[in-house]
Write a protein that binds this ligand. Sequence first.
Ligand SMILES: C[S@@+](CC[C@H](N)C(=O)[O-])C[C@H]1O[C@@H](n2cnc3c(N)ncnc32)[C@H](O)[C@@H]1O
Length: 340
Amino acid sequence: MITCSEATRQLWEYLDATTDAPTRGAIEEHLSRCRACCGELEFAQELRRFLAGSAHDQVPDGVLRRLNDTLEELGPSRDLIHSTEVKDLVREAYRHVPASTAPVAYKLYTSEELAHVPPSAINRALGVANHLRFANIQPGDTILDIGCGGGIDTVLAAQRTGPTGSVIALDFLPEMLHRTAEAAQEAGLDNIQTLYGEMEAIPLPDASVDLIISNGVINLSPRKARVMAECARVLRPSGVFCVSDFTVQQEQLPPEILTQPAAWAGCVSGALAEHDFIYKLEKAGFTEVQVQHREPVSIDDCTLYPLFTDQVIALMRQLIPAAKQQQVAVSVVITASNPL
Ligand SMILES: C[S@@+](CC[C@H](N)C(=O)[O-])C[C@H]1O[C@@H](n2cnc3c(N)ncnc32)[C@H](O)[C@@H]1O
């Protein structure tokens, strides 16, 4: 069995090895539609469509055979299994994550910002950037925090929207919801509601929130297009999407790292390339998509997150060329608007 991203990588290799123009055109067209699938259903569907259609008439038999082999390796329900496996591994990893990540909070937020955040939430910070600086929270806003974790951004957002507004803190781990509820209580906030559910099927009505925030969460989903479609659905017209996430150039990371469960849990293996993140948001209907902030993430930065095992960090130091060790990913803050 191989993962979708490996299969995509193989296709790029076939493309590089092919000099015949019609073949290159057909494969390029396929790849441009496929984009980086990151475990989503798109890859197998596109490949099946490509092999069933007439676009490949010019493709030499050898290449077709290899493409068929790739499809075979993916297996008939490989994507679905892969998606479930990914969710399970993320659940397990975050269920047991220790309360030892205060250094993440001190890296991302100023001491003024943290002054009124309970230590329990600071000690469980697992975000990747400070998107709240770009969220333009207004008093009275109804805010959805996707993947609230220990509650640090939920608390900060609830303080900013004030008593006339509210924050809905969504997570698929009851343990995290419990921690966020405790943090809200410690901070003396009663405008926070915890909500159990998955970001791929947000249990909220259409057009019910003004602002969506999320920090280091979308990169964990095996179905990112679906998450973005759900965000567009629950945001009111002209509502705002403002999230922090890791982005990566998958082809620059060795497959031995991309296929490590701990690297997916650490937000790296599942991360999209920046242009794919933007493409998927636009495909979901968002407008005014803007990258507000970019920051390189080094291997040393990864060590702040206990999701990365010592073994994966050692593998990264061993396999990633020294010149690239200062930027294995880029943390970005992206804003977008839901159309009117
Ligand atoms: C990297 S942590 C970020 C936590 C928090 N946003 C922060 O900044 O500290 C990811 C969080 O997303 C949650 N999560 C992961 N996949 C999810 C999914 N499919 N649906 C809902 N929550 C999910 C995890 O349980 C975890 O609490």
